[in-house]
Design a protein around this ligand. Structure first.
Ligand SMILES: *[C@@H]1O[C@H](CO)[C@@H](O)[C@H](O)[C@H]1NC(C)=O
Ligand SMILES: *[C@@H]1O[C@H](CO)[C@@H](O)[C@H](O)[C@H]1NC(C)=O
Ligand SMILES: *[C@@H]1O[C@H](CO)[C@@H](O)[C@H](O)[C@H]1NC(C)=O
Ligand SMILES: *[C@@H]1O[C@H](CO)[C@@H](O)[C@H](O)[C@H]1NC(C)=O
Ligand SMILES: *[C@@H]1O[C@H](CO)[C@@H](O)[C@H](O)[C@H]1NC(C)=O
Ligand SMILES: *[C@@H]1O[C@H](CO)[C@@H](O)[C@H](O)[C@H]1NC(C)=O
Ligand SMILES: *[C@@H]1O[C@H](CO)[C@@H](O)[C@H](O)[C@H]1NC(C)=O
Ligand SMILES: *[C@@H]1O[C@H](CO)[C@@H](O)[C@H](O)[C@H]1NC(C)=O
Ligand SMILES: *[C@@H]1O[C@H](CO)[C@@H](O)[C@H](O)[C@H]1NC(C)=O
Length: 407
């Protein structure tokens, strides 16, 4: 009942925009922090809400637009009372997975040329320590997948004693990860429906030169990005770049629904007896449990050296030298998605795709996602609990395995 009242209030507040008000369904929430007024904003055919619906504390500021900075990032909300928890309340469907993304663009809004460092919390748990200094070049984004326990999840900002600085935020998004009706599979099916947060480290598109795949980009929305994800191109010098015929809407058939423009480009070694080698760095050297997704797909080549797809493409997937999975592609419009979890990593990781027994064609790799998992203690609606760190768990696991190894 309480929720209904909130929804009705919001609907009346946005008036004529109510027809395109996704918040009613709690499926897709795009919040432009610091945007003045009570009406929605249209940006690239996306509806964004001003953050005044979701938060009371803080002040708003507008910064000068520049070509490198999306319109959404040119307003922000900052919190002069950084010693307090400054919280957004998001009404979502409880116990369902969402992608949460927060964006920060400093843009010297306070004229101090001192980009602050501060803490970001989700459901009372530390999400990330935000270092906005990198945002002198462009926005900083932090993203994770999590199923909130409560239907009113808080996203809070608080300053840090040691580094000082006023917390601020430019954008906040929550995207519901539904069951994929196309193939009846849960998106990111090995991610737990609660209790664990999966922090995005990278979401890469191989074999494309400079195309950033953005939410809702492309001529055919159904074949393109449906889950509000960004895929960044990963240049891989020394490999062949392949582009496949994309007339078929193939991505939607695969696990996690990769967009067409991601699966229709790939890298491949110049020689079928060579491997693809992707070295990877994590933001910290502490032991972590990684969630890795690898996307494989082939079709008629429209750009790149021609291949006879009659032959088998047989590949072995190795992580840090350990064979994890075999992938076999045969014929046109053939693909596979490999999810590996948990993979224990410590600072770095080497992904190797090697030619397997009897392969005719060289290995290939179209896309990759990497997350690390943290355990989340029971969240509280407004309050704050000490983070029950995953590191503790991993250290215990390592100790136990050492002991077992010794015994
Ligand atoms: C917005 O949608 C219209 C109509 O579908 C389309 O013509 C236009 O290119 C879209 N704009 C962007 C920025 O995607
Ligand atoms: C949701 O949570 C926010 C922040 O904790 C709080 O301010 C707000 O009152 C809550 N809303 C509801 C409807 O419970
Ligand atoms: C923030 O980033 C800058 C530049 O990358 C770095 O010099 C600084 O030490 C970082 N601050 C913290 C607290 O991590
Ligand atoms: C999807 O799964 C549900 C539950 O397992 C089942 O009832 C339904 O028939 C499935 N739908 C399709 C299209 O396979
Ligand atoms: C493929 O593209 C990368 C940039 O992403 C480039 O460095 C490389 O030389 C290209 N490979 C070929 C064979 O052109
Ligand atoms: C492919 O690599 C193998 C081993 O490195 C080498 O023996 C072979 O000559 C190479 N083939 C071509 C076509 O370069
Ligand atoms: C591929 O296989 C089919 C059927 O086995 C055959 O008719 C065709 O000639 C082959 N194509 C090439 C390029 O070898
Ligand atoms: C990854 O490969 C590099 C170079 O071969 C090596 O130095 C590093 O130890 C490897 N990392 C892991 C975690 O195996
Ligand atoms: C590959 O084939 C060789 C010889 O047939 C065999 O000894 C080896 O075990 C095979 N390797 C794998 C990974 O199947």
């Amino acid at each position: 009942m309480e929720k209904l009242v909130v929804i009705l209030l919001l609907v009346s507040a946005v008036g004529t925009h109510a027809a395109s008000f996704p918040f009613i369904h709690n499926y897709l929430m795009r919040i432009d922090c610091g945007l003045n007024g009570k009406t929605t904003e249209n940006y690239n055919n996306q509806t964004w809400f001003p953050d005044s619906f979701f938060i009371d504390p803080g002040k708003t500021k507008q910064i000068t637009a520049s070509p490198n900075v999306p319109q959404i990032m040119t307003t922000l909300r900052y919190f002069p009372h950084g010693e307090d928890m400054n919280c957004y309340g998001l009404q979502l469907i409880s116990a369902q997975k969402y992608i949460f993304r927060a964006g920060f663009y400093y843009g010297n809004y306070d004229g101090k040329s001192q980009p602050p460092v501060f803490d970001l919390f989700l459901g009372g748990q530390l999400w990330e320590t935000v270092n906005s200094s990198a945002s002198t070049e462009g926005p900083v984004f932090h993203e994770l997948v999590y199923a909130p326990k409560n239907d009113n999840i808080s996203v809070c900002l608080m300053g840090r004693k040691e580094s000082g600085g006023t917390p601020f935020i430019s954008s906040l998004e929550a995207t519901y990860l539904s069951l994929d009706s196309n193939n009846n599979r849960t998106v990111y099916g090995m991610m737990a429906n609660g209790g664990t947060a999966y922090h995005l480290v990278a979401r890469l598109n191989f074999g494309s030169y400079d195309e950033v795949v953005e939410p809702w980009s492309g001529w055919n929305q159904f074949c393109e990005e449906q889950l509000n994800r960004y895929w960044t191109p990963q240049p891989m010098p020394g490999y062949i770049n392949l582009t496949f015929d994309s007339t078929f809407c193939s991505g939607a058939n695969y696990e996690n629904r990769p967009p067409n423009s991601v699966i229709n480009t790939a890298i491949s070694p110049t020689n079928a007896s060579q491997s693809i080698y992707v070295p990877f760095n994590f933001p910290t050297t502490t032991p972590q449990s990684a969630y890795i997704v690898l996307y494989f797909y082939q079709n008629h080549i429209v750009d790149g050296p021609p291949e006879n797809l009659n032959g088998t493409r047989n590949m072995d997937v190795y992580i840090d030298g350990v064979m994890r999975r075999n992938v076999k592609l045969e014929g046109l419009r053939s693909g596979d998605v490999v999810t590996l979890y948990p993979v224990l990593v410590q600072g770095t990781m080497n992904v190797t795709i090697s030619p397997a027994n009897g392969t005719v064609l060289a290995p290939l790799l179209n896309g990759m996602e990497v997350y690390y998992a943290t355990e989340v203690a029971e969240e509280t609606s407004g309050g704050f609990k000490i983070l029950f760190s995953f590191i503790v768990v991993v250290v215990c696991q390592v100790l136990v395995s050492l002991l077992l190894g010794v015994v």
